[in-house]
Design a protein around this ligand. Structure first.
Ligand SMILES: C[S@@+](CC[C@H](N)C(=O)[O-])C[C@H]1O[C@@H](n2cnc3c(N)ncnc32)[C@H](O)[C@@H]1O
Length: 221
């Protein structure tokens, strides 16, 4: 038995994944006035991400069921006790990672989100899942909220916020990643700068694309 597959978390995740599926039409509507080129430009922008995610503040934008299961398994099998997450949204990935912390015997997850309505939804979901006491929700831009007060040693980092900021957020957390720490980046193909960095052993990582949209990397050292 695991926290992930039992009540209250399993039925909660069923509901959240169903809601995420239903909300997909709303994502298209929220950016319908932007051309494909403009959408691609905003996705890659290091300065206009607030505008893009402001339009998407009602959308869950959750990781897929497969990625959620992968996150649980990676955190669980590596015995993670300290996790940092960039991009909370309604907390679907947070629930998977925190379930692994609980099953590993406890720990701490720091997650960050700048849309306050999403922070409130994530807190509600983490409370409903019985996991909120393991989570520190930092409201604000990750470039500020992850600048200080990080754990001495971090076992796993999930990057799932504005894609263009992946290299910058990695740089904030990098010194704290323990040897063999895992870094999971969702939709990392949007940031060639990030991929170039983690795919270079000279930069201190071993990295591979995994599944449909995940880049899985390990800190060397
Ligand atoms: C793809 S969603 C995260 C989905 C979440 N990991 C899940 O599985 O439920 C990305 C989220 O990151 C937030 N975000 C984007 N850039 C951010 C930044 N610089 N700082 C804080 N939050 C950010 C967005 O508002 C959005 O809710």
């Amino acid at each position: 038995m695991t926290t992930l597959t039992t009540t209250p978390l399993a039925p909660l995740l069923d509901r959240l994944f169903a809601e995420a599926e239903e909300a997909k039409a709303g994502i298209d509507a929220a950016v319908a006035d932007l051309s494909d080129e403009e959408q691609a430009r905003l996705m890659r922008s290091k300065t206009e991400y607030r505008d893009l995610y402001g339009r998407l503040k009602r959308a869950p934008l959750a990781v897929s069921r497969e990625t959620g299961a992968l996150l649980y398994m990676l955190a669980r099998s590596s015995g993670a006790r300290t996790i940092v997450e960039f991009g909370t949204s309604f907390g679907v990935s947070t629930l998977h990672l925190t379930a692994a912390l609980r099953d590993n015997g406890g720990g701490r997850l720091i997650t960050t989100e700048f849309e306050s309505s999403k922070v409130a939804r994530a807190r509600e979901n983490l409370t409903a899942g019985g996991l909120v006491e393991l989570v520190e929700l930092r409201e604000g831009d990750a470039l500020e909220t992850l600048e200080a007060d990080l754990p001495e040693s971090i076992d796993l980092l999930l990057l799932d916020g504005a894609k263009a900021l992946y290299p910058d957020v990695l740089a904030l957390v990098e010194d704290r990643l323990r040897p063999s720490a895992l870094v999971v980046a969702d939709d990392a193909d949007v940031s060639p700068e990030y991929l170039a960095r983690v795919r270079s052993p000279a930069e201190g990582y071993l990295s591979t694309p995994f599944g449909e949209d995940v880049e899985l990397s390990m800190r060397l050292g």
